[in-house]
Design a protein around this ligand. Sequence first.
Ligand code: ADP
Ligand code: ZN
Length: 809
Amino acid sequence: MMIAKVIVDIPVKETDRPFDYKIPLEFESFIQPGMRVLVPFGPMKRLGFILSIEKQSEIKNLKAISQVIDPTPVLTTELLSLGKWLSAETLCPRLFAFSAMLPAVLKGNYKKIVRINDKESLARDYPTLLDILLNKPEMEWTELLKKEPQQSDSLNAAMKKGYISIIQWIKNDRRTYKRIRYITTALSKDELMDVSSKLDKRSLKQKQVLEYFINQESHLKVEITEILKRLNIGPSSIKQLVKKGYLVETTEEVYRDPYADKEIERTTSLPLTTTQKNALAPIQESIRSQTHEVFLCHGVTGSGKTEVYLQAIEKILNMGKEAIVLVPEIALTPQMVHRFKGRFGDEVAVLHSGLSQGEKYDEWRKVLEGTVHVAVGARSAIFAPFKNLGLIVIDEEHETSYKQEEQPRYHARDVAIFRGKYHQCPVVLGSATPSLESYARAKKGVYHLIQLLERVNQRSLPEVQMVDMREELRANNHSMFSKQLFEKLQDRLEKKEQSVLFLNRRGYSTFVMCRDCGYVVQCPHCDISLTYHRKQGMLKCHYCGHQEPYPSRCPECMGSHLRYFGTGTQRVEEELTKVLPEARVIRMDVDTTQRKGSHEKLLTAFGEGKADILLGTQMIAKGLDFPKVTLVGVLAADAMLHLPDFRSSEKTFQLLTQVSGRAGRDKLPGEVIIQSYSTEHYSIIHASNHDYQSFYDQEMQMRYRHHYPPFYYLAMITLSHTQVTKVVDTAEKIADHLKKGLSSGAQILGPTSSAIPRIKDRYRYQCMVKYKREPNLLSLLKRIQEHYPTGTKNDDLKITIDLNPFLMM
Ligand code: ADP
Ligand code: ZN
């Protein structure tokens, strides 16, 4: 008898261990670890992951697996052990860890059908199977196994040989399959000539279409859009001909490659500069000797880091291995995708949130089946199921989007290092502004530091000028543009060069305040001010979605002097059209980029010179490379300096450096203007001097004094409940518990109420642990977690535990 050890989908503490199940005979021949199954658990059937397959079990009267969901494993042996590690390190159930590694489509209840790839071979080797398949198309494959158990061997063998594949059938995903309409004809050329001559003289366009078919090879099938374009006609004449029965219309669904319709120019390796060669050499050595090492590639914007990654990957491909490249919020950086597609073409799968579920599944499957060797993607692409990894690159490694803010609360960097060790391959972290944690590790020699401190081809970094907006006010300039910025914008317009205007919006929302009594309109469910959305005339809460119309009177004093404050991109755009009416402006923010593809469209338009000024939020800070941009203006550099987050200086420095890097990337030199109300702040001063080292030194002193990372580790415990007494009570008990369980070196801060004390009517309290070495911490936290199980009902207490937190609110 064969036994499977299965992790079952019941998110209760006692079930986060494997259970034994009997494997029925019909599954024996193909069942493997890493497949998902349905198993009886209590009265229900539940999903489970097979961890391993054993010969015996200590338990008697085992229940049997009811169904095998996957024909081939969806998790590799490596990913199974990664899941175990993730679950232990982030205190989350193993099932969550496994699920996080799979595309969302696999979590749905989709039919799996057998697709025939090679009919001839099937007819030759497995004729009975072919008969069955042809008779029952679209039959669920497990159904097939049940009804035709004697076919299971053939089915497996045929699958291994690639004659058939078993795929998820995603019927309702419009975007996975593109429908193409074709037009063809059943008539011969003579018949066509005949009907053409009988057509009314005025039906010129119809004649033209028939002519087209007469002149082409017989029974040509052509896309409707193609023929309309060629003959420069509208669709009605074709419709007429179809109606008369001369032409036939067909539709076909084609497998869609999200990048196929974009023509991406192929590129070849550039001859490297000496600095680039020196950067590549140690990475290559690690690849060659197959030893795991972490490299921190600190290179200023435009120093040619990406070219180094590309050439390292080329080596990997030549060795028949695979590479993962992580980029932050990839949907926002199409240019990065193009560079990898441009160099490696079909070898590249792209995994990111901008794709439809079906597209994501298809890309993931290419990785699993080994038809691609490079995966470029956002955070979760770190789980790409490659079996022979040779390199992992994390570009912009300092980005906080690499930390997942829900279970499992992992950081992609840690997962990358786990996988790098497993495959004995290098991990390359790249950034112009490395996180303090990584740079400190590099300085200590834990990571191997690589530096590229100059731009390629001696292009200089842009000159940065700081403008104190307080001075502007004193000089009676109430505009949001300083005199300097305005003059330079004008100058660029005259020279027909492009500018980028960056508005740091985080923490700078457009709140509504009463000028008489100072009341700020708040969300009734969350302790946070509402944001004004001008277009709809509504006030919205960005935390719970509550919305209400703009009040005509102050709810507090009933006065009528309500005004909205803060600067939104819309306001900037309005002011721009006032002061520079001739400027063509493209605005990019959440409102203008909601539709799929609109982001890329706007950027393309700007790249083609269809606008003079690109105005936007955070989303334009990263990775854009436009040669004609010679001016970058930052409107409010200090907007997030004062957020209650110990990383706010670091984030400000990183953002300013990144935005500045958008200027002067080609032959034309660039200039940057930074407007701020805190011109004396070190993060702004060092950013304007392109001086990472000084920023690092000063920020490290601050972190040292206040016991923050990288000197200390953090763990954050957040509790929420609808009753404030319940939260405070529990939070105090937990704090006590931690104090007793940890060494005297650990500091326990709190409980205090969170920076946002209430969200969706739930009160929020938190405890923070600062520590250097606490071997007991994980088990202690796990006990706390088990003692206060988090329920799903609204009046349940919720506890989240976040190790190495990035969200401090
Ligand atoms: P980074 O990733 O550090 O910002 P990139 O790799 O994007 O830098 O390089 C900046 C620019 O310089 C790009 O336009 C790139 O094509 C070009 N470049 C990079 N390496 C070379 C090289 N060795 N020779 C010529 N141009 C290069
Ligand atoms: Zn709210």
